[in-house]
Design a protein around this ligand. Structure first.
Ligand code: FAD
Length: 409
């Protein structure tokens, strides 16, 4: 099987169109800073409008159906867009994560698609993922937040930690809540789009070493309209699973470049100490090669999964194994970068001696945290064990917008 993307003449002319558009429309001062924490308020506001423009062109969520505000484009178009955006340091972190968008395609009725999916795909509204509770992170099924019926509405009370998104203020927080105290685990949850702001809803910043993207969320008897329940009132776990399927690697990535390793290799090509390349030292050379090979393996994992996802091929272990490998090698590569670059890897963005404008220091600081977001390192192994049948329970991949559409024809 060859899962390298090759492009037709038409696709290459699409690439030219994207390059020209980026040159003409994205000024240098609006491009991604090396340290995401340096993103300014002015940039956020500018991008808020630009994301709407990108969505209208079909370039923000390229492979989502046109009828709901997506681009209706192919996986190859998406790969070209990702490549060109990444090269141009363009902010593609739209107002919502793709994980919820796919789950909404699977679980919303038509009316809800118009209400929630369309404005999110058009970047007119923003949403944040509200899953983790102070006592329920890895074991999400032990959720404490409660939703109690009140006429047609639901009244929700609970609290969350680590809720992330940069820049955008949310119009919705989405996540599960216990709708039936008597029902067994996995059958006791509903899944809600909680409107923001709402009386009783409070969001407070939670600063981590990587920056200021995380938040605490407190809900004290927040009233949520009945049509904001996605799926049935006992189907919340299934909706959560569709979100996690994509979050845990199930959609792959069309353009999985690794700038950390690219920078490491170019540092070794360009840097000289007493006239010698660092690669002249066999130990340093070995460390760099381990990093390079791991990055290449990660690329193959992600491309393959993206190809399977785009072609609606049924998956099982592929997403979580790629996701697990990404974390494993990412974690190991930060140490290899330190082995090769020494203290240069720790010089921040403001230090004039820092190579690559401080990109390695940002990675050194954030990589530890990235092992935990979207479920910890051990949990991806637990998911993988269930998929390949070496756990107490065996599980299949949850439906995604691709696998669900292949089943319905
Ligand atoms: C940068 C960042 C961004 C995040 N963004 C969001 C977000 O937007 N929305 C959101 O809802 N949450 C978010 N999270 C939270 C994240 O999903 C949780 O941190 C994660 O699910 C782990 O939960 P926990 O922190 O409660 O750790 P715990 O579940 O308490 O785990 C603690 C340790 O025990 C281990 N462990 C637990 N259970 C098992 C088991 N069965 N087998 C083996 N080991 C186990 C874990 O691996 C971990 O090392 C984010 C976290 C970070 C760090």
């Amino acid at each position: 099987m060859d899962f390298t993307y090759t492009y037709t003449k038409q696709q290459e002319s699409f690439r030219k169109e994207v390059q020209t558009w980026l040159k003409e429309n994205i000024p240098e001062n609006m491009r991604d800073p090396v340290d995401p924490d340096d993103f300014t308020e002015e940039q956020y506001l500018w991008w808020q409008e630009m994301h709407k423009e990108l969505a209208a062109k079909g370039w923000l969520y390229p492979t989502y159906p046109k009828q709901y505000g997506g681009g209706g484009l192919t996986a190859e178009h998406e790969a070209i867009l990702q490549e060109e955006f990444e090269r141009a340091r363009v902010n593609t972190r739209g107002p919502s994560s793709n994980n919820i968008l796919g789950a909404l395609v699977v679980w919303c009725n038509e009316e809800q698609k118009q209400k929630f999916l369309v404005p999110l795909l058009k970047a007119e509204k923003a949403s944040w993922q509200k899953f983790t509770e102070p006592k329920s992170g890895s074991d999400l099924a032990s959720y404490q937040t409660r939703a109690v019926r009140d006429g047609d509405d639901w009244i929700i009370t609970g609290s969350n930690v680590f809720v992330s998104r940069r820049g955008y203020k949310p119009d919705y927080l989405w996540g599960p809540a216990v709708t039936d105290q008597e029902a067994p685990r996995h059958r006791n949850l509903g899944f809600f789009m909680i409107p923001c702001p709402s009386p009783g809803l409070d969001i407070k910043p939670l600063n981590l070493i990587q920056g200021k993207d995380q938040h605490f969320v407190f809900l004290d008897n927040v009233r949520v309209p009945g049509d904001h329940l996605i799926g049935g009132d006992h189907q919340g776990w299934q909706v959560v699973s569709s979100v996690l399927e994509e979050e845990h690697g199930g959609a792959g990535r069309a353009y999985p470049e690794d700038s950390v390793t690219e920078n490491l290799v170019s540092y070794m090509r360009e840097h000289r100490q007493k006239g010698e390349s660092p690669g002249g030292d066999p130990v340093v050379q070995q460390a760099a090669l381990e990093a390079y090979i791991a990055a290449r393996i990660d690329r193959v994992f992600k491309l393959r999964t993206h190809w399977m996802y785009g072609n609606k091929v049924e998956m099982s272990w592929e997403g979580p194994s790629g996701f697990h490998y990404q974390r494993l090698y990412g974690f190991r590569n930060v140490a290899r970068v330190r082995d090769v670059m020494g203290m240069y890897a720790l010089l921040g963005t403001k230090d004039p001696r820092t190579p690559h404008e401080g990109a390695q220091e940002v990675n050194q600081r954030t990589s530890f945290i990235h092992q935990h977001g979207a479920g910890s390192f051990n949990i991806t192994k637990v998911v993988l064990a269930r998929r390949i049948g070496i756990s107490r329970t065996k599980e299949r991949a949850a439906p995604t917008r691709m696998s669900a559409s292949s089943k319905s024809g």
